[in-house]
Design a protein around this ligand. Structure first.
Ligand code: PMP
Length: 430
């Protein structure tokens, strides 16, 4: 059932080379061959046998929290010929990406770029550039992503204060304002789509509180962008980032990020240099043509193919329209909730208005071993779903249907696989 794909000319070459090697060496005995090889080569480490075989990648249904399946158009974009990362055509493509990010973030911010790296690169970029060692940072922790940002800020020497809740719980605006008045942070972090818990956190009013307390508002939308409404400018979010591999349906490895004027004021008027050269926004803003300079200097070599794919995934979302994408995710999520409840399962986030439409969390059904359920679905249905992450491990199982995968037929497949697993993993009941 599992299809095997053989990729690329390189792989064919390796296949041919392996075949040629095999036939030319067939009559010789192994010890003689080894002696001959040693005498003819200066290498002590032979080429790994596994690399002389063709690349094999299974087709899988990626119904976990990401990466998600990538549509053929985006895959094809990544297979276009490489051009120089500083060629004028590449600048055009980067400009398209910038406009696409401004659209999906709903922002007019000039300082809008994509990181050459995954969501974590954007997290580190946001913190490293806007915070100096010793400054106070406030982090809302209600799942793994707050924990991560707190650790990133601690590592660069910030004075980190955490507001901690159990996974899936929210923070009221009053609680946030009280903590802000107490700790006087320069930066407040909140996750919009908490993918480890399946919560979509309300955003209204928090930007105003941050402005009142002269604090920058940093929001993570890696798991929610394109699937749930967010309005960077209107909601007064100072720094917003996302990732390529979820509802955007590009391969992992690029991460859009945007900074408003308040964030730029802070990050370009600092006393110390950011700890990371690669993530320094003075260089990245020049690379992305955001600093008003006519010449873009070499800083690092951007992931050219990754940017092609990202450009195309943003084009697909622009063609569909953000509001239509939000509507589709919400509608499919409601269909999935009903199917899960019909199977007797309990949704982890009780209030349906607070559920993240892209990643649905279900409470682990009583008496089942969640790992066995996941392994069963992978083995028998070729479907990936996942368990919890960080503090939600052992609490939830997660189903992600986002972007390209946001289809009723996929929800039906996921529900069928779960039903089958629940029936057949009875043995694992404890
Ligand atoms: N934030 C959230 C909400 C996420 O879901 C993820 C990825 N699971 C990340 C950040 C980190 O992104 P990446 O794995 O691309 O570094």
């Amino acid at each position: 059932m599992m299809q095997r794909a053989v990729f690329s000319r390189g792989a064919l070459l390796a296949q041919n080379t392996a075949a040629a090697l095999e036939s030319s060496l067939a009559p010789r005995s192994a010890p003689l061959l080894m002696r001959l090889d040693r005498s003819m080569s200066s290498l002590t480490i032979p080429p790994p046998a596994s690399l002389l075989r063709p690349l094999e990648v299974p087709n899988r249904y990626l119904f976990g929290p990401g990466p998600s399946n990538v549509p053929p158009r985006v895959l094809a974009a990544g297979g276009r010929p490489i051009i120089g990362h500083l060629h004028p055509e590449m600048y055009e493509i980067m400009n398209d990406i910038k406009k696409g990010i401004q659209y999906i973030f709903q922002t007019e911010n000039n300082m809008t770029i994509s990181m050459s790296g995954s969501g974590h690169a954007a997290m580190e970029c946001a913190v490293f550039n806007t915070v100096e060692p010793g400054e106070s940072v406030l982090v809302a922790v209600n799942g793994i992503w707050g924990e991560r940002v707190a650790e990133i800020a601690e590592r660069m020497g910030a004075n980190v204060h955490k507001m901690v809740k159990t996974p899936g719980q929210l923070f009221t605006n009053t609680e946030i304002e009280q903590a802000m008045a107490k700790h006087k942070p320069v930066l407040f972090f909140l996750t919009h789509g908490e993918s480890s818990a399946g919560l979509c956190h309300p955003m209204d009013g928090i930007g105003d509180i941050c402005q009142k307390h002269n604090c920058l508002f940093l929001v993570d939308t890696v798991a929610s962008m394109g699937a749930a409404p967010i309005f960077m400018d209107h909601q007064k979010i100072d720094i917003l980032y996302t990732g390529s591999q979820k509802a955007l349906n590009a391969p992992p490895g690029t991460a859009p990020i945007s900074f408003n004027e308040r964030a730029c004021d802070k990050m370009f008027n600092r006393k110390t240099k950011p700890v990371s050269y690669l993530l320094d926004m003075t260089h990245l803003s020049n690379y992305w043509g955001c600093d008003g300079q006519t010449v873009r200097a070499y800083h690092h070599t951007g992931p050219v193919s990754g940017f092609f794919s990202l450009r195309e995934s943003l084009a697909i979302l622009a063609e569909k329209g953000l509001e239509e994408s939000w509507r589709q995710h919400k509608e499919l999520a409601a269909y999935l909730y009903k199917g899960l409840e019909d199977l007797g399962l309990t949704l982890f986030i009780r209030d349906k208005d607070l559920r993240l439409p892209s990643v649905t969390t279900i409470a682990i059904p009583k008496g089942y071993n969640w790992r066995e359920l996941l392994v069963y679905m992978m083995k028998n249905h070729n479907i990936e779903m996942t368990g919890g992450l960080g503090p939600s491990i052992g609490m939830v199982m997660r189903i992600g249907l986002m972007g390209y995968n946001c289809k009723k037929s996929n929800a039906d497949m996921a529900l069928h696989a779960l039903e089958d697993a629940l029936k057949n993993c009875k043995k694992s009941k404890v």
